[in-house]
Design a protein around this ligand. Structure first.
Ligand code: B4P
Length: 193
């Protein structure tokens, strides 16, 4: 099994690159953003709770997100591996994920961090907001999301750097060039299926 974290600030291209990677390597995609939006869309109690935070650009509480991830991993015992997209976003989430995987006799093998200048992040997300219909893709909320990233999420990179698993990559090239850079790193662990 090969487990990958795609890491980076909001709008750095985690979701975009996950789509390409999971097709090439036949991994199972776990995006906490997509899972939470699905809960919000279905109006579940978890979704109603999460929406309060997401609409304001804040992170959803750790316990909500960690519970969701655990059941998603259990659903796919046959997986070749997982891509974690947008998770972990706090040190507590990273520690919980490490424990969860250890319990399943596996681990995170590689963390690819997409580095993109803040002005480019805002441009991308404002542009996406013109068509996405997402309530968190407007400039005011985007700025808050980026602030949350630097306050709570950036430390996750240090957590995996200390384990020798972090690779930083330039994320402001074209989607195709960024994908090529990412695959060079992944190929060291797993070849396309
Ligand atoms: P997410 O859904 O994870 O969203 P994101 O950070 O906006 O997206 P991403 O980095 O994947 O960007 P994308 O590829 O789409 O989170 C949303 C919210 O959910 C959070 O704010 C939080 O409230 C909550 N949440 C999620 N996970 C959580 C957790 N673990 N804990 C607590 N709360 C959590 O790219 C953005 C745009 O850029 C797209 O339009 C794309 O087309 C464009 N783009 C991508 N790559 C490009 C490139 N190379 N060049 C030009 N444009 C590019």
């Amino acid at each position: 099994m090969f487990n990958l974290i795609l890491f980076g600030p909001p709008g750095s291209g985690k979701g975009t690159q996950s789509e390409n990677i999971l097709k090439a390597y036949k991994l199972v995609h776990i995006s906490t953003g997509d899972l939470l939006r699905d809960e919000v869309g279905r109006g579940t109690p978890l979704g109603k709770e999460a929406k309060k935070y997401m609409d304001q650009g804040f992170l959803v509480p750790d316990e909500v997100v960690i519970g969701m991830i655990s059941s998603k991993i259990d659903e796919r015992p046959d997986a070749r591996g997982f891509i974690f997209d947008g998770f972990p976003r706090t040190k507590a989430q990273a520690e919980a994920l490490d424990k969860l995987l250890e319990f399943k006799n596996t681990q995170i093998h590689l963390v690819l961090s997409l580095e993109v200048p803040e002005a480019e992040l805002i441009t991308r997300l404002v542009k996406r907001g013109e068509t996405s219909g997402r309530s968190d893709d407007n400039e005011e909320v985007i700025t808050k999301r980026i602030k949350e990233y630097y306050a709570k999420t950036e430390a996750v990179a240090g957590h995996y750097d200390a384990q020798g698993k972090l690779e930083r990559m330039k994320g402001d090239n074209s989607i195709e060039d960024t994908f090529r850079q990412l695959t060079k790193e992944i190929d060291k662990y797993l070849l396309p299926a």
